[in-house]
Design a protein around this ligand. Structure first.
Ligand SMILES: C[S@@+](CC[C@H](N)C(=O)[O-])C[C@H]1O[C@@H](n2cnc3c(N)ncnc32)[C@H](O)[C@@H]1O
Length: 242
């Protein structure tokens, strides 16, 4: 899989030199940054200008963006995404959808954003990472790439760990524990130390369900409940936990 990134700060993507994603570079994915400033309109490196009609800040001009996009070989551009707070919010379904693509080009905005004509003509999709505004599209792009690459086969050694992650089956993952068995007088739940795999599995499933019920009840509406989960839901509702 190839990610092309249009940015004025290519060095931000050095972050992928670290952690589990760094091991997937060249093996599972390639990331190529294209510096928008190389296509500035003058020798001062100008890529932005004041908004027509007035208003605050500066807007990224369409020409440097277009030229930078054209620097990418046509057959490598693929799906063109503009990271934008005005886009559709990224979620696990979208991450999986993107992970099936071969080429993705990410456009990172700065300042007050990107001239609308560039978006209208060249962008396939606008994606937001949440209902808040960041100062640039680079960190949202980093989030998106990390989440997508995690799902490429072979990135995470044990594919079970992805399948048991929050959101993969629509629910949150439950709590996890490690050594020591007693920490600040708090014991690890007994079932986890029992060695009984069936009981442990059931414990994890029910904790995942309870965690979701308490923290993100909205997610439960989108999941086809098993008989066990229906029963658990009735029990939780009758206890009036919320
Ligand atoms: C300061 S923001 C511009 C925000 C714009 N003035 C608005 O109110 O919609 C600059 C750039 O950061 C990126 N950005 C900011 N928040 C984002 C978010 N929640 N998701 C994705 N990209 C975001 C976009 O690329 C945007 O062009």
């Amino acid at each position: 899989m190839r990610f092309n990134v249009l940015t004025i700060f290519p060095k931000i993507f050095k972050i992928f030199d670290h952690g589990v994603i760094s091991k997937a570079i060249d093996k599972n994915f390639i990331i190529e940054c294209y510096d928008i400033r190389k296509n500035a309109i003058n020798k001062h490196g100008q890529i932005d200008a004041k908004p027509f009609g007035g208003g605050e800040g500066m807007v990224m001009m369409p020409e440097p963006l277009k030229k930078t996009l054209i620097d990418i070989p046509k057959n490598e551009r693929g799906h063109i995404v503009y990271l934008s707070p005005q886009g559709k919010q990224l979620n696990q379904d979208k991450v999986i959808e993107l992970s099936l693509m071969k080429n993705i080009t990410l456009v990172c905005g700065r300042y007050e954003g990107v001239d609308q004509r560039f978006i209208d003509k060249y962008v396939d999709e606008e994606i937001s990472i949440g209902d808040f505004v960041m100062s640039g599209g680079e960190y949202p792009a980093v989030c998106l790439i990390d989440a997508v690459v995690r799902n490429l086969p072979g990135t995470i050694g044990n594919s079970d760990s992805i399948e048991n992650d929050s959101f993969y089956k629509g629910l949150l993952k439950g709590p996890v524990y490690t050594r020591p068995k007693i920490f600040d007088d708090i014991n690890v739940p007994e079932t986890l130390l029992s060695g009984n795999h069936a009981e442990i599995k059931e414990w994890k499933e029910s904790k995942s369900f309870i965690q979701t019920y308490l923290r993100r009840p909205d997610l439960i509406n989108n999941v086809k409940l098993t008989k066990k989960q229906k029963k658990l839901l009735e029990e939780l509702a009758s206890k009036d936990i919320l």
